[in-house]
Structures are given as C-alpha cells and as structure tokens.
Design a binder for this molecule. Sequence first.
Ligand SMILES: *Cc1c(COP(=O)(O)O)cnc(C)c1O
Length: 365
Amino acid sequence: MALERIVKPHIRSLQPYQPGKPAEELERELGISGAIKLASNESPVGPSPKALAAVRAELGNVHRYPDGASFGLRSALSRRLGVHARQLVFGAGADEILEFLAKTLLGPGDEAVFAWPSFAMYPIVVQGMGATPVGVPLDASYTHDLDAMRRAVTERTRLVFVCNPNNPTGTSVGAAAFDAFAASLPESAVLAVDEAYVEYVRRSDFPDALAWLERRPGTIVLRTFSKIYGLAGLRIGYGIADAELADYLQRARHPFNVSRVAEVAALAALDDREHVERSRRVNDEGVEYLGRELTALGIEVWPTDANFVLARTGPDLHDRLLREGVIVRPLATFGLADCVRISVGLPEENERLIKTLRRLLESAP
Ligand SMILES: *Cc1c(COP(=O)(O)O)cnc(C)c1O
C-alpha cells in the first residue's frame, strides 16, 4: 500500500492514547447495566449547576463563531491568578496546549524530557512532531526523580514536562525540590508544569509554579476545567506563560479552537466556589476511604495529591473487576502491570469498588 511509504515514520510508529473504557461500552459488551467508571479521573460530582445554566443560555448563539480571544474568561482568569491577560492561552483541553508546545518547539533531532510513568500524552505529542521523547524513571516512591531529569537535559532538549501532581501515580514534588530544579534548567529548554490536579492538592509545601513565570522566561503552567470543574466533555483548558512564550503559542493556535459553550461554562464554573469546595470535599473523603479500605484488604496504595489513587492489586484484578462492571485503569502500558489507577468516585461508587474487590479477593482466581 502506497500510504505506508508516504506516511511519516514517526506517525506510523505512534502508539495511540488508550482512553478509559466508557461505561456504556462495557455494558453493551457484557449485556449488563449499572457499570461504574472510575478510570478517567473525571469529577464524580458532575458540572456546576451554574455552568449548566450558562451552557443552556448560550445554545441559541451557536450559529456564531466563538470569540477567538476568549475575552470574558481571559479577563476573569487574569484577575483570579494575578497575571496579565496576554499571558493566557486557551485550548480544547490542556491536551491542546501540549500540542501547541510541541508544534512551537519540537522537530526532528530535538528532545523532550519527562518523568515516566507520567501523563501518556507527553510521548505522543513529542513523537508526533518527529522529536525524541526522553522518559526518566520515577524514583522508588514513584515520585519525579528531578535530579535524574536534570541529568537527562542536554543541549538538544527544548521542552521539559513536570507533571505535578503526577498522573498516574498521584505523587507530587514539594517546593524545595521543584524550585531547585526550575533554577537549574538551561534557557534552551521550556519548562512546562502540568497542574491538571492542582485544585485537589493536600500537601502544604506545594510549589508556587506561577512565581516562576517572572523568574524564568520560557515557563508555562497548564491547568484544565476537565477535572475539579467537571467539564471534561466540553474540552477546555489553558496555559499561563510568560508573555513572550504565550505570544508564540498563540501562533500555533487555530482562531476558534475553544467553543462558545465551553467558554461560558468555564467562566461560570470558575465563579462557583461552592461547587469547587464540594467537589474537593467529596474527593478528600473518597481518598481517605479508599486508602483505609484498600490497605485493610492488604492492597498497597500510594499517598495521593489528586483525585485518584494508585493501588497494587496484582496483575489480573483489572479484568476481573471489569467483568463485575467496575472500570478502573490498567497500567500495564506504563510498565506497572500489577497496579491500577482508581479514580475517586461518589461514596456509593467507592463502596461498590471495595465490596467487589473484597469478594474477588476472597474467591481467589
Ligand atoms: C487530564 C489531564 C490533562 C488535561 O486534560 P484535558 O481534558 O485535555 O484538559 C493534562 N494533564 C494531565 C496530567 C491530566 O491528567
């Protein structure tokens, strides 16, 4: 076939992202109902009622293109974060900001450094530009090994990702380690700090990555409305960068990449502090519950600063849970074949997971 000869080799060899299985798909496959999905770190609380009202009010305007500058959301976020409006870049999810970074900075011969296991999109966007992904193993506690990452940075490195808290392990790096790392990076690499889960963080010495925007040009912090704000299906996220980097990233962006509906929903969600607080509380309680109950079942769990927990369940439990209608994320493709990532659900979902696990463990395979 001729296509095989003309498609770029780095696209041909790309391993596509494997999303969590939708509950509807599992129900169709098994002929069951009532499956629960704890596999994609979505908010179990759902979207803010204020965001839903804003979406409904906007639907009559969808024959119009969106405001390509996202003026309303840009103003609100710049006030909220204490940054200049020019420093913000919006994307169809934070995923799209990763694409802008790759497109702006990477080509064949360039390298991008990130921890591994970490967010599966990093190697995909890097390889998508024909550049070289450099994954640096996590340390023994499954935390970013920032010293090893610093040693992996060469004169060919154009981009360094720090996923904090880290997906899929839930671990985070503290201010002292992060600040030393950021200060040590050469100017020839952009530092991208992925804070998709920042609103869930529990540790008190979490780094102030935004402070590095002034100290270190060539720095960007990524955030999203997909996690605590509960808008994953609408696709909206953003980057906060120094003004010069933001200006370059804007050139890589299509003018109408964020829909009208997503923008108004994000703006309303941002203002609904009560909804964010409730989502955080539900998560805190779920993290406590899952940690306690999984440990009681003899399953090792890692401390988490996010809305999911890493659990060492053994290699076959993922499939057995699936057959019971409970979807968690297998981590074999990350090199963690005996672990799963469990997204925190509503109390009744967490209880169903624990009850199912207990039953499966009692009736050994
Ligand atoms: C979920 C996630 C994102 C972004 O998701 P979007 O839905 O594209 O905003 C980015 N980084 C990490 C580590 C994530 O887990």
